[in-house]
Design a protein around this ligand. Structure first.
Ligand code: IMP
Length: 424
């Protein structure tokens, strides 16, 4: 098996980072294929915890080669800061082991300003974006007017495209949103500087990855966000602006269809979301507060990128099954089983009242979940490393997740540490 595609099966924050980390120990290439610095992976290097938003987290292993794929939107300022931070942690970041796709799109302060202006103007209908300029950058990509990394190779060309882009954004900020225009000159100056620093890192990464796969090297395509935030198949319009599904790993990296790919779907054993949008199984009671935690622990349910408290609910088995099918998930990696300990009863949504099975996504806004109830368990699961040692009720619960999703659970995490993982 040479290509592992790892995706989130919910609304992001499933705990993908730990599985990327686990697989990266033996990988040759680690590649991001979509999104930008709206993503956040928490990783640990030695005693310290770092938050990575752009660089694939597998880069911390010395044998890996990191790739920022063509499906991404990248803020060069954030990228350079992140490269510096990772270097500071003792990780070697040089052009011989990190490449940015020449077709990746560039995020500018203009995109961030538009993101903020648009959200403010939407009022109660706001998306709840991360404010990183992701949506506007993808819009400008679709308009065919945006700056790409290939343009950074030619300073004159870059300046021309950047100025044109910023002027059009300023006209929109002024005219549509009555917001002050951005000062173009300092931005152009900064971007010329970023281009200078990033130039050696820009490459046609498709060619690099195709050679790697042909040579049977192990490539990990690291998904960001989750399948329910996909621009086409997610809970539109409350989604991100990129394609987060497994099939887009091939497009976002430009590597063509691969029969030998393995899709690993990461899912939390309950449901969370940041930002607005439909959430049929949402809880607003003390169970939600219990599952969220108070923010004192690294794994409590507060956004990695924005720090916002996450909305919490019972596992939506209907959505999980649909995502498993539409992403052809081969193996499940379940997270946070330990967090459910102490609940008397645990519920899983198995259908929406009055909606034909398989057609639930047509009725999300008004969905009335139908639950199946499971007995809870007590006790700390964090020290358990063998499946047989889990409380019987916890095993029954996991087996039901396998049944409803139609996918075997290969890994179950019972704590935030690397070794707090049960393999099956
Ligand atoms: P955007 O990607 O910043 O445009 O935000 C659009 C929606 O996606 C918002 O609901 C965000 O909260 C959500 N979102 C974007 N990135 C992530 C992520 O990495 N984890 C969880 N939610 C995310």
């Amino acid at each position: 098996m040479t290509l592992d595609i790892l995706i989130g099966m919910q609304w992001g924050d499933e705990g993908k980072g730990r599985f990327v980390d686990m697989l990266s120990g033996e990988a040759d290439y680690v590649a991001r294929f979509a999104g930008g610095d709206n993503a956040g992976h928490t990783i640990r290097i030695g005693e310290r915890v770092y938050k990575l938003h752009l660089i694939p987290s597998g880069i911390i292993y010395p044998q890996t080669f990191g790739v920022l794929g063509g499906g991404m939107v990248i803020n060069p300022c954030v990228l350079l800061e992140e490269m510096q931070m990772v270097r500071g942690a003792g990780v070697r970041i040089e052009p011989d082991r990190l490449k940015i796709s020449h077709v990746a799109q560039v995020i500018t302060p203009g995109h961030r300003a538009l993101d903020a202006a648009r959200e403010a103007s939407l009022g109660a209908r706001k998306i709840g974006t991360t404010g990183r300029g992701i949506g506007p950058a993808y819009e400008h990509k679709a308009r065919r007017s945006n700056l790409r990394f290939v343009d950074l190779l030619d300073a004159r060309r870059m300046e021309e495209i950047l100025r044109r882009n910023l002027e059009s954004i300023n006209a929109e900020l002024n005219g549509v949103f009555q917001q002050p225009a951005l000062d173009v000159e300092p931005i152009v100056r900064d971007y010329l500087g970023y281009a200078e620093q990033l130039r050696p890192y820009i490459a046609d990464v498709s060619e690099i990855l195709i050679d790697a796969l042909d040579a049977d090297r192990h490539v990990i395509a690291e998904g960001a966000q989750g399948a329910l935030l996909d621009i086409d198949y997610g809970t539109y319009p409350y989604v991100t602006s990129s394609s987060t599904v497994a099939a887009n790993a091939l497009v976002g990296l430009g590597i063509g269809l691969r029969r030998e790919a393995r899709v690993i779907g990461v899912a939390k054993v309950f449901q969370t979301r940041v930002g607005e949008g439909p959430f049929p199984t949402e809880l607003r009671d003390e169970i939600a507060a219990y599952l969220r935690g108070d923010g004192s622990k690294q794994w409590d349910e507060f956004g990695t990128t924005t720090g916002r408290p996450r909305r919490i609910g019972w596992l939506d088995g209907v959505m999980l099954r649909h995502v498993a099918r539409t992403n052809h998930v081969d193996e499940l990696a379940l997270t946070k089983l330990d967090v459910l300990s102490g609940l008397e009863e645990i519920k899983v949504c198995v259908g929406y009242a009055g909606v034909q099975a398989g057609q639930e996504f047509l009725a999300l806004e008004s969905a009335q979940p139908v639950y199946r109830s499971f007995p809870g368990w007590t006790g700390d699961l964090q020290g358990i490393t063998r499946w047989e040692d889990l409380p019987a009720e916890a095993r029954v619960y996991v087996e039901f997740i396998e049944e409803i999703s139609g996918v075997p659970a290969r890994w179950v995490s019972v704590g935030p540490e690397r070794n707090q993982l049960i393999r099956r």
